[in-house]
Design a protein around this ligand. Sequence first.
Ligand SMILES: Cc1cc2nc3c(=O)[nH]c(=O)nc-3n(C[C@H](O)[C@H](O)[C@H](O)COP(=O)(O)OP(=O)(O)OC[C@H]3O[C@@H](n4cnc5c(N)ncnc54)[C@H](O)[C@@H]3O)c2cc1C
Ligand SMILES: Cc1ncc(C[n+]2csc(CCOP(=O)(O)OP(=O)(O)O)c2C)c(N)n1
Ligand SMILES: [Mg+2]
Length: 587
Amino acid sequence: MAAPDTAHATNAHLTTPTPLTGSEIIWATLVGEGVTDVFGYPGGAILPAYDALRKFPIRHVLVRHEQGAAHMADGYARASGKVGVAIATSGPGATNLVTGIATAMLDSIPLVCITGNVPSKLLGTDAFQEVDITGVTLPVTKHNFLVNRTEDVAPALRHAFQIARSGRPGPVLVDITKDAQQGTAIFDYAAAAPRAYRPHPMLRVEDSGLTRAAELIRQSKKPIILAGHGVTESGAMEQVRTLAERAEIPVALTLLGLGGFPASHPLNLGMMGMHGEAWVNHAIQEADLLIACGMRFDDRVTGKLSHYALKAKKIHIEVDPAEINKNVKVDVALVGDLREVLEELLPRISARDGQAWIKTIEASKGAVAVRDIKNLPDSGHLYAAHVVHDLWRITGGNAIVVTDVGQHQMWEAQYYHHEHPRSLITSGGLGTMGFALPAAIGAKFACPEKEVWVIAGDGGFQMTAAELSTIVQEKLKINIAIINNGYLGMVRQWQEFFYDRNYESTPLVSPDFVKLAEAHGIPGRAVRTRSELAAAVEEARSVPGTFLLNFLVEKEDSVYPMIPAGSALHEMIRRPGGNPLVETAED
Ligand SMILES: Cc1cc2nc3c(=O)[nH]c(=O)nc-3n(C[C@H](O)[C@H](O)[C@H](O)COP(=O)(O)OP(=O)(O)OC[C@H]3O[C@@H](n4cnc5c(N)ncnc54)[C@H](O)[C@@H]3O)c2cc1C
Ligand SMILES: Cc1ncc(C[n+]2csc(CCOP(=O)(O)OP(=O)(O)O)c2C)c(N)n1
Ligand SMILES: [Mg+2]
């Protein structure tokens, strides 16, 4: 049957049931879900869908590798709070998405990934480019669908969006066979709506829990709020701030929580965990109450569990019941959306004097809180901390910074002070090298008016550098800072500390990144000393298009403090004396 003429009639599609091909239904449903941008790469099994794309008001960004599509959709979702969409063909296209899907899964990012598959009659026959992608992605998706009938396309996609967004967000994959794309069915957008989202039966905040939590807060002498990624995901920034200010409770942040509570706020202690501030980890060990808000007590955060915050009672406010008592046993669990729970809790919280505890923490900062990085003598060496610190200063802390994974990621967390939610985009749970460049492209599509910086290592940048072409094709303005230390630095650091300096397979030969950029038509500059830094950053910001800065930094610097894996939170390796860099510094 010939495809009906559906050109540019998408709004009518959404209100009037119309016969459409499965391919058209894909895009019409996406339009209905509010999607304007998708990231993908075509191939045979998804070609019917690509053929129908021109009829719909959706911008398709052609990536250079499907991993890039998933990370772009992820960066788009993290920057905007909306669902990100990635598209790929069957077989290798679909498997190339997997790292990006797992990255989103570990950090609770809402994605819908759409893959084509072989015609339904060929499923299970090892047909050309057939892969059981729903099987492959089962453990790394919140849910997935195999759709082999045209009439199921719209209901599956609508359900996928609901699952991706609701409760604890996450990635959903919808695999659609080629014949389901090619067939025709009545598209009835309203009738395809999933049943209303029903929260998990455990998602009920008991009055007694709220009363008990308020009582613990009232009685505590040394409380700390642990603010995680859930603060941003639930939009609870105001509520957390009100709780902190009203009861004078200091706030420690996870890596993914950074920006959820302003860095400049007097109650902000900084980041906790493996590379967190020493005084934060000490304070957690001394606290008598932890109020965990949308964070999941990751092992990077707790260190050795049997030694974690033993003096503290714990309140856990968390949307996913599976997280309660998973790593850390808690005294009160308030299971629900953080913002809603805090709105119920706040009327029970009255003003409290927290000054004694705050002063104790202040005093414990001692010498490690020296704040004079800008006054350090210029030894001729460029430290990554200098780069990040100056970037923060020059951008006024207002950029969206998208990092890769490694030492530079930790220095970014320590030296770029995030005031706003969604201003740090980083792969925390999976720690996926290669994330930064594509995720920054997604973030730029989500927030075209924002200044976007990539901070990547020389290793991770090479994993997805092909996406430089995507930047050029899409005419994007992104600033790229490569922290080039000639090593897989974070692994080298572990070798230095725990493997007797056996630098096996961590020294890294890289291309001349400036020439690599130039080959793509992107200008760039190498920076070797701190004196060149500010002018180079300003140059990058002032040119209309993308600009790459290759920062040739000190090769064997390490991130301090560091809690060795499996050690207790207070057992930190500190920067050896005599080294000019301080652990935390600002102007
Ligand atoms: C090299 C490296 C080093 C690292 N070092 C550190 C470190 O020193 N310190 C550190 O903190 N991290 C570190 N990390 C990151 C770490 O691995 C975790 O990703 C991070 O700690 C998780 O933070 P989170 O629990 O806030 O976020 P997530 O893992 O995203 O968890 C968020 C939690 O909030 C819940 N939630 C979501 N939405 C809501 C809602 N609406 N209402 C209520 N709850 C909600 C979710 O169910 C989930 O349990 C490091 C990562 C790497 C790669
Ligand atoms: C895909 C992937 N492979 C391996 C690792 C393990 N790993 C973590 S950090 C790191 C080194 C990163 O080197 P680079 O990108 O140069 O950043 P640096 O640590 O030097 O700042 C490696 C190999 C990882 N996180 N992701
Ligand atoms: Mg490196």
